[in-house]
Design a protein around this ligand. Structure first.
Ligand SMILES: Nc1ncnc2c1ncn2[C@@H]1O[C@H](COP(=O)(O)OP(=O)(O)OP(=O)(O)O)[C@@H](O)[C@H]1O
Ligand SMILES: [Mg+2]
Length: 231
């Protein structure tokens, strides 16, 4: 598909944290293009840099070097506020730890970001999204009253509710049993199909990786294999 736009473009992206003796080089020159509508699985051993790369591509962390362009925005040229707007309006992010707001119910966690971006009927949409992840009966519960898997599903509902053009998910099925996890993955793929969204999923699950158009494998802060390059 040569005419499909590139929605993620990373060039020589590096990440180093800490100084002097404590300095850790985490990413070593990542080059990556992802097309609109692609589904991409990101695999690799624990500590290989998957979450770090996702944090950079989703604008949550700044690269130490290189360039990152996502959804048409050059991240280096944006300040924190502009970056937050790109994230809010175009990106759906499900983190490895869910980052739900503890003082808000499940429904509020999903509705408030929608409200901030000016959506119609944020609470109605939140209710529909929570039902779609099987949590219609848990809307008034606070995160502390939900199991890990339920919190994960709230985080997924929150990420997909604004219909983002790129969905980033860090081990979205990590805390779910096979049946629930399968349902969540179906939902992510269905959202991708209906909205033409791009889906980037970190996973250790080979079956999930096989459902994706493309599989990237990381090792020691580098992409060591890319199924798109092989085909
Ligand atoms: N704030 C930090 N300061 C120093 N090192 C860090 C920091 N965050 C992550 N690292 C290191 O960066 C490396 C990559 O971490 P990352 O979380 O990206 O791995 P991962 O591939 O997502 O692993 P997992 O599968 O366990 O989630 C690890 O060695 C980790 O210890
Ligand atoms: Mg990780």
């Amino acid at each position: 598909m040569p005419d499909t736009p590139i929605v993620v473009r990373a060039r020589n992206v590096t990440l180093s944290l800490g100084d002097g003796e404590a300095r850790v080089d985490i990413l070593h020159g990542i080059d990556l293009d992802i097309q609109q509508g692609e589904s991409v699985a990101l695999l690799g051993p624990s500590g290989s840099g998957k979450s770090s790369l996702m944090a950079i591509l989703s604008g949550l962390e700044q690269a130490s070097g290189g360039t990152v362009e996502v959804a048409g925005a050059d991240f280096r040229s944006l300040d924190e506020d502009a970056l937050a707007i790109v994230r809010r309006d175009r990106l759906g992010i499900v983190l490895q730890s869910f980052h739900l707001l503890p003082t808000m119910t499940a429904q509020e966690n999903v509705a408030v970001p929608l409200e901030l971006s000016g959506a119609d009927d944020p609470f109605g949409t939140a209710a529909a999204e929570l039902s779609a992840v099987g949590l219609g009966h848990r809307m008034a519960h606070y995160p502390s009253q939900l199991s890990g898997g339920e919190q994960q599903r709230v985080a997924i509902a929150r990420a997909v509710a604004p219909r983002p053009s790129i969905i980033f998910a860090d081990e979205p099925t990590g805390n779910l049993d096979r049946a629930t996890g399968g349902g969540i993955v179906d939902l992510l793929f269905e959202r991708r199909a209906s909205a033409g969204a791009t889906l980037i999923i970190i996973t250790h699950d080979e079956t999930l990786a096989e459902r994706c158009d493309r599989v990237l494998e990381m090792q020691d802060g580098r992409i060591v294999s890319d199924s798109a390059a092989a085909s």
